[in-house]
Design a protein around this ligand. Structure first.
Ligand SMILES: [Zn+2]
Length: 741
């Protein structure tokens, strides 16, 4: 990142206050990114089957609308990196959600604005934008705690067994964003709010679930619309409407089965690369309510924001300011847009896709190139390359030239690679060929001769469908069906690593752990640089109680991508299971360093510290966890364990009684309470009452058996401060670890 001198910062801060054409008022920036949102599913775009009154009203009364805004890439992390840096993926180096961490060397809008004296805050809604991927550069506050609002049940439901997407809904995003904004309304701020709701699975909350029963995707957009409105209302209530630049943009669209693509990521049709873009720039002389029809790009957003603030453009920007179009919507165009997707190359070993979109044409470079006349055929139905070879040839030449011009020289920029020789050795010891250090992610773009030998993505949409339905069925916990669909896909493409992972996940969820391990191991052989099979293998081995093997696989995954907090969390738990508490302390500490905002990490670190006798540190970690999540029975149970360990039974009892008030049906809590009562005050009748409830609640559970044994006069200790944690490794929060789009 480029650090600027203090003097320059002061100058810029002054420019913001004085030089923005609004007299003494300073401008703030609110950037709202809409994940997976199609440009054509809004009322303002003529769509009649949705419900977007707040966006429509904003477009009409406050903003300028861009009818042809193009995203550089239909994937969440790379697209947001483009928005934040004003550069193409070939420059910032992030081409996929998996296997990339945003390079420290890129300059983000947040860094520039932070250096210019803005308070910078972000609130993101899903895992691909987690701080571990390093797009938090420049944000003084980066809230990626999408688990924050989850209940214990949700945490359980989204564990490894269901492999749910880690996301939070728009109203929770608003709550967290506004909490931050509340303390920064009196200073220039840059706030980024990310909504993820329209992403698959489409399950809008009431009343949108019934209003949009037949098109739940539109229901998600309607829900997002309501929340966008709430955000605007909050701004209005703080009297910030006239002093805040508001940019609303989609990161990519959603194909909804058009072109044979169920969702997004694989193809480069307008269903996924055209995005909504609305800009409201008070005091800029903008043509409010008007629409710009000329093509613009998401690389133009960061330059536009700096221009509106009166700040100089960054030297690395590859886009340019849209202020001329804001003032005069009829001008514009002449902004050719590069588009790309390596998704099917990385995950299915098909050809990568590149494209060049102009105001009239779209040219797609593939084993079978495509050309669309967008003026006559906006749906991109007719490939006219045969009748316009000269246009295709010219666009092909321009595409080549521009990709070359914009590319960063080091192809490994932002790529997570196995450079660690210890990992390579470990992989080989486990029987995986490593095949050199070069991965598909650092390889140069194939030559034309190589390209035509690769499978053509648009000829293989059937496989995309199988993959998508297998994933949806996994999400809906229909494991038998998911397995069958994955097998159908494998019949077409027997080496497809992703289908192997899906079949394995289905097996795992049906309890066929050994079979799952076999399939995960096959997937690992196809691409030993892919972290996911190793994460799952770690998990699967831990299910079998083969913790040594679990640890080996987690260690590989942790070294491949040191910032993966879910991997560290699971590794630490396996180490704790193995009784390697000092190692567990080290692992959990590393995880807490990566992200201090996850309460489960602090809780597990505390448990490991307790086991190594470091009670004071354990207490402090539990306090950190408690600050993040004051109402977790699991956490209160851990607090009780620590107090019981140091002999403070009355505090331990308080914590457990509080936990039971929250979760009265949890037998383990009552078992532990009985133990604390007996060890402490020794009121046997009270302990007995608790144990009877344990038996009544869960006669067949382990807690029930222990309780019954004690009541029958047997003697297993009820309180087991040195035993394993209440949340065992198999229910660890394993974030969605399959390659996701
Ligand atoms: Zn996205």
């Amino acid at each position: 990142m480029i650090r600027r001198t203090g003097l320059l910062t002061l100058f810029w801060a002054a420019a913001v206050v004085l030089g923005c054409g609004r007299g003494e008022e300073r401008l703030n920036v609110l950037l709202v990114t809409l994940d997976t949102t199609r440009a054509d599913h809004f009322g303002f775009a003529g769509y009649e089957d949705g419900q977007t009154p707040r966006f429509d009203d904003f477009a009409r009364a406050r903003a300028v609308r861009f009818g042809n805004a193009v995203s550089a890439i239909p994937l969440t992390l790379p697209s947001h990196t483009t928005i934040m840096t004003g550069t193409y993926p070939v420059h910032h180096g992030v081409h996929d959600n998996d296997g990339f961490v945003v390079d420290e060397g890129v300059t983000t809008l947040a860094e520039i604005l932070s250096d210019a004296g803005f308070s910078t805050g972000a609130c993101v809604a899903s895992y691909p934008l987690d701080s571990e991927f390093n797009l938090d550069q420049g944000f003084q506050h980066y809230n990626d705690d999408y688990q924050e609002q989850w209940t214990e049940d949700e945490i359980d439901a989204r564990t490894a067994l269901s492999f749910g997407f880690t996301e939070r809904k728009a109203h929770h995003v608003n709550a967290a964003a506004l909490r931050w904004l509340e303390s920064h309304v009196d200073e220039p701020f840059f706030l980024w709010v990310h909504y993820f709701d329209p992403h698959q699975g489409y399950d809008p909350p009431s009343p949108y679930d019934s209003l949009f029963a037949s098109s739940p995707y539109d229901g998600e957009i309607a829900f997002m619309d309501e929340n966008f409105g709430d955000l605007l209302d909050a701004l209005e209530a703080w009297d910030l409407t006239d002093t805040t630049i508001i940019v609303v943009v989609g990161d990519h669209g959603e194909s909804l089965e058009q072109h044979g693509e169920p969702t997004h990521a694989a193809y480069l049709y307008d269903t996924t690369v055209r995005v909504p873009l609305l800009i409201a720039a008070p005091g800029s002389g903008q043509a409010t309510g008007k629409s710009v029809d000329g093509q613009v790009r998401t690389i133009d957003i960061a330059p536009t924001i700096l221009d509106l603030l009166g700040l100089p453009a960054d030297a690395e920007f590859q886009g340019s300011s849209l202020v001329p179009e804001l003032r005069n919507p009829s001008m514009g165009g002449q902004r050719p847009a590069l588009i790309e997707s390596h998704f099917t190359q990385y995950h299915f070993q098909w050809a990568p896709l590149r494209g060049l979109r102009t105001d009239r044409w779209k040219y797609l470079l593939a084993p079978k190139p495509e050309l669309y006349d967008l003026a006559d055929d906006p749906g991109e139905v007719y490939n006219v390359i045969g009748s316009h070879p000269e246009i295709a040839g010219e666009l092909d030449r321009q595409l080549d030239e521009q990709f070359r011009q914009y590319s960063w020289p080091d192809l490994a920029r932002s790529v997570v690679t196995i450079t660690d020789s210890a990992v390579v050795a470990k992989l080989e010891a486990l029987g995986y060929a490593t095949g050199g250090s070069e991965t598909v992610r650092t390889a140069p773009y194939p030559s034309r001769q190589e390209l035509i030998t690769l499978p053509n993505p648009s000829d293989n949409s059937l496989l995309l469908r199988f993959i998508n339905s297998a994933r949806e069925m996994l999400r809906q916990q229909q494991f038998t069906k998911a397995f069958e669909v994955a097998l159908k896909g494998l019949a077409i493409d027997p080496d497809n690593p992703r289908l192997h992972v899906m079949a394995a996940r289905a097996e795992l969820s049906m309890g066929n752990v050994e079979k799952a391990i076999e399939l995960f191991e096959r997937a690992a052989v196809f691409d030993p640089a892919d972290i996911h099979p190793f994460v799952y293998l770690g998990y699967a081995y831990s299910l079998l109680g083969r913790n040594d093997e679990a640890k080996e696989h987690y260690l590989v995954a942790a070294r491949m991508h040191p910032g993966r907090i879910d991997v560290l969390e699971n590794l630490g738990m396996v180490q704790a299971e193995l009784g390697e508490y000092s190692e567990a302390v080290e692992t959990f500490s590393k995880a807490a360093e990566v992200d201090a905002g996850k309460w489960t990490i602090h809780m597990r670190l505390a448990a490991a510290l307790r086991q190594t006798g470091r009670y004071e540190e354990a207490r402090s970690e539990l306090q950190s966890a408690l600050r993040l999540n004051p109402y977790s029975p699991v956490l209160l149970d851990q607090i009780a364990k620590l107090y019981a360990t140091i002999g403070n039974y009355s505090f331990a009892r308080d914590a457990l009684e509080q936990a039971i008030r929250i979760s009265p049906e949890e037998p383990l809590l009552r078992l532990h309470l009985a133990g604390v009562i007996l060890e402490g005050a020794g009121e046997e009748h009270e302990a007995r009452a608790q144990l009877e409830q344990v038996v009544a609640l869960a006669p067949e559970s382990r807690a029930g058996l222990v309780a019954r044994e004690w009541l029958d006069g047997g003697g297993a200790p009820l309180l087991d401060p040195d035993g394993s944690m209440m949340v065992p490794a198999r229910t660890a929060t394993l974030a969605e670890t399959s390659p996701r789009e």
